[in-house]
Design a protein around this ligand. Sequence first.
Ligand SMILES: [Zn+2]
Ligand SMILES: [Zn+2]
Length: 403
Amino acid sequence: MPDTPILSSRLVAKLRRTAVALVHWFDADYAPGGAEKIRAAPDKVDWVRCIPFIILHTGCLGVIWTGTSRFAIGFAVAFYFVRMFAVTGIYHRYFSHKTYNTSRVGQFLLALWGGTAVQRGALWWAYHHRHHHQHSDDEQDAHSPHVHGFWWSHIGWITSRRNFPTDYSKVRDLAKFPELVLLNRFDTVVPILTGFAVWGLGWLLEIYAPQLGVTKWQLLWWGFFVSTTALFHGTSCINSMAHLMGRRRFQTGDDSRNSLILALITLGEGWHNNHHRYMSSTRNGFYWWEIDPTYYGLKLLSWTGLVWGLKPVPQTILDEGQRAEHAASIAAAQRAAHAHSDFSYATLRKVVPTAAALAVATATAAQAATPRRADENAIHTDVTELAHELAAKQTPPSAPPSA
Ligand SMILES: [Zn+2]
Ligand SMILES: [Zn+2]
């Protein structure tokens, strides 16, 4: 049979081509023509990149057929917060800003945990986030609501082809770990395994704990699709709403804001103006009353030994914030007094805001002393150091700024 070897070699070649095509399909770093060319293209919604979002959102409709149970909803909520912590405590405060330390194994485990959030790889996430800090609310910011509008900053930017490749030059400190690069390249693997794991858990509960009344499909739709969709929008609120809604304590060069509502949704990321002022700290809530569950979680993790070296907010930054609060309350008191200077209308409704503003001003008066030199350069040196490994070696990002 002289044809057999030819046929088998053709078959082998075809199988190889199919395997390569399959790998390319999963490989986020596969960029014919080069990643630079893709990144240079104009911003545009790419409908192929919309497919995962369409699947995710339409997947939520599955609950119509499977119904619901207390366990399924409870799992969806718990899984939302477990993975919100992965986004905020891991992708943001570790991979993007290195606000604490961990071992190489710990770092890999954290990257796996982060992958369950279905927000692509840690390096892609960190690259875009560092870029955001370097270009907050300017033309180059990929997701500024002020430059591109609300919906683009919330979801549109992720569907744009130009934002798909990872710019490894901005995450050199992370790209030197091949295991992290591998997870980043094949960034659909952990999310797919997560979906199967949730479904598998539902299958086990259906057999071994029927009293819970949960089924495998119910857990998949609620625990994976609904929870992940909510997680996506919760996280995206920081890109969109946190530059639109809330108060500005620090006069940063962007329009970042502090919001308690966003902090509750995102486990502490809502103190976004604080974060834009000083991003090297593990805390985003700078004062005890600014609830920051991500920080509390990281503090707990530090007691296990998995992470360590959580970085505090420098006293100069805290003082600067207190002075800003004091100045704002004085201004509010003056505005209120001016608005209600006609005492014939001095009702309780008008007096209370004035008194409250004066009380706050009095309470913060201890910080009204002559300003010390603030950590002016802390904002941008931080990201620049992380983006350029050489500079990072000369001035470790962990070192507190010399003020
Ligand atoms: Zn921001
Ligand atoms: Zn950040």
